[in-house]
Design a protein around this ligand. Structure first.
Ligand code: NAD
Ligand code: ZN
Length: 369
C-alpha cells in the first residue's frame, strides 16, 4: 500500500435536511442561466431509479423541463460497463451531448451510473477504459447526486463501481473527477425503502468503517469519520425502529461520513469476499456484505456480535446457506474473485495475506455463509 499521505477530494457542496430536494430547482436554474448567458444549451440529464417511475410527480420534484433527458435506471443487476456505454450512446444519439448537469437520483446503482455517464460525456471512449486509478483525464459534466437509500457512501466517494462482463473485472473509475459536484441529502426520500433493503444497504456504512478501523492503513481524519459513522449506525440499528425520520437522517449522515472515511482509507476482508459473491453468483453488494458477516467471527469478533445483535433487533433476516453445496470449480472461482483484491486484503491481513487465505480456508469461509 502507498505509505504516504493520501490526497483526498471532497464533494463540492451539499444540502442536508428534510425537504432539501427543493434546493435542486435553484441549483439547476443557476446552471441553466449560466449556460444560456454563454450561448450554450441549457438542458439537463436526469437518471432516476426506476422505483420512482410510477410516481407521475417525479418530473416536477426534480425541476425537469421540456428539452431535458429523463431516463429510469433498472436496478435488477449492478451496473456493467456495457450498460453504461449503451446509455451514453443513446443520450448522444438523442442529441444530449453537452448538458448543464447530470442528476443521479437513487441508490448506489443509480448514483454510480450518473457519475460514469458524466465522465464519459466529456472524456469520450468506453467505460472499461477508465476502470482503475486516475485514468479519467478531464472533468465530467457537473454532477448532482441525490441518494434515496443510505449506506454505500457512493454520494461521497471518488469511484463508481462497474463490472466488465468480458473480463469479469469489477472496478470503478477511481478519480477526483468522479466526485459529485453537488449532493442533496433529503431524508424524506428514504421513507419508502423496504426494511430488509434499508438494513442491508445501511450496514454497508457500518462495515466500511469496522474494516477501515481494523486495518493497518490508517489516518487521523479517516479514523474520525469511521468512529462517528459507527456511532450513528449504533444509534440507528440498536433502537427499536431504524426507519423513524430521525434515524433516516442519522443514517444518511452515516452513509456520507462512511463514504468520506473509505475515500481516505481501505476496506478489509468483508468486501473482497462480497465481491467474490457478486462476480461469481450475481449477489448484490450490500446483501453480499451481510452474508459474508456470517463467516467473520474470527476476524472481526466484536463487530460480528454487534452486527447480529442489530439484525436481530431490527428483525431482519440475512440469506443463509447460499454457498453450502457448490462444486470445486465454483469455490475456486470464488477464491480467485476474492483474493485478487490486493489492497484491502493487505490492509486487513498484511502483505502475506495469500498464506492466510488459502483455497481451503476461503472455501471454508464461503461454506459458512
Ligand atoms: P441500489 O441502487 O442497489 O438499490 C437497491 C434497491 O432499493 C433497488 O431495488 C432500488 O430500486 C431500491 N430503492 C432505492 N431507493 C428507494 C426508495 N427511496 N424507496 C424504495 N426503493 C428504493 O442501492 P444501494 O444498495 O445503495 O447500492 C448498491 C450499489 O452501490 C452497488 O452497485 C455497489 O457496487 C455500489 N457501491 C458504490 C460505492 C461507491 O463508492 N461508488 C460504494 C459501495 C457500493
Ligand atoms: Zn461497500
Amino acid at each position: 500500500l502507498d505509505s504516504g499521505v493520501k490526497l483526498v477530494r471532497n464533494v463540492g457542496r451539499y444540502n442536508i435536511g428534510a425537504s432539501s430536494l427543493g434546493e435542486l430547482h435553484g441549483l439547476l436554474a443557476r446552471l441553466r442561466t449560466e449556460a444560456s448567458q454563454k450561448g450554450e444549451p441549457a438542458y439537463a440529464i436526469f437518471l432516476v431509479d426506476r422505483y420512482f417511475k410510477p410516481d407521475s410527480t417525479t418530473g416536477d420534484r426534480l425541476a425537469f423541463r421540456s428539452g431535458d433527458a429523463l431516463k429510469f435506471i433498472d436496478t435488477t443487476d449492478e451496473p456493467t460497463t456495457d450498460e453504461i456505454d449503451s446509455l451514453v450512446a443513446a443520450l448522444l444519439q438523442e442529441g444530449y451531448t453537452k448538458p448543464v448537469a447530470v442528476v443521479g437520483m437513487g441508490g448506489g446503482i443509480t448514483m454510480d451510473t450518473a457519475k460514469a455517464v458524466s465522465n464519459l460525456l466529456t472524456n469520450g471512449g468506453k467505460a472499461a477504459q477508465y476502470q482503475g486509478w486516475d485514468l479519467v483525464k478531464l472533468p465530467g459534466i457537473f454532477k448532482v447526486g441525490i441518494p434515496t437509500i443510505s449506506g454505500t457512501g457512493a454520494e461521497a466517494t471518488r469511484t463508481c463501481v462497474m463490472t466488465n462482463p468480458a473480463s469479469g473485472l469489477k472496478l470503478g473509475m477511481n478519480s477526483d473527477f468522479t466526485v459529485f459536484d453537488h449532493v442533496i441529502m433529503d431524508p424524506e426520500l428514504t421513507a419508502t425503502v423496504p426494511r430488509d433493503q434499508y438494513f442491508y444497504t445501511g450496514m454497508d456504512a457500518y462495515i466500511h468503517c469496522i474494516e477501515a478501523l481494523a486495518g493497518s492503513y490508517r489516518n487521523a481524519i479517516g479514523d474520525a469519520y469511521s468512529r462517528e459513522t459507527i456511532n450513528l449506525c449504533r444509534q440507528v440499528f440498536l433502537e427499536d425502529d431504524m426507519q423513524t425520520p430521525a434515524n433516516r437522517e442519522r443514517l444518511m449522515v452515516a452513509s456520507y461520513l462512511g463514504g468520506c472515511a473509505i475515500a481516505t482509507s481501505y476496506v478489509g476482508l468483508v468486501h473482497p469476499l462480497s465481491a467474490g459473491l457478486s462476480v461469481v453468483l450475481g449477489v448484490h453488494h450490500c446483501v453480499g456484505n451481510c452474508i459474508v458477516m456470517r463467516a467473520m467471527a474470527d476476524y472481526y469478533p466484536a463487530a460480528y456480535d454487534e452486527f447480529w445483535q442489530m439484525a436481530e433487533r431490527q428483525r431482519v433476516s440475512v440469506p443463509e446457506g447460499i454457498c453450502r453445496n457448490l462444486d470445486d470449480a465454483t469455490y475456486k472461482a470464488l477464491y480467485d474473485a476474492s483474493t485478487m483484491h490486493q489492497k484491502p486484503l493487505t490492509n486487513a491481513l498484511g502483505e502475506n495475506y495469500k498464506a492466510i487465505l488459502t483455497l481451503e480456508k476461503v472455501t471454508d469461509l464461503f461454506r459458512k455463509m
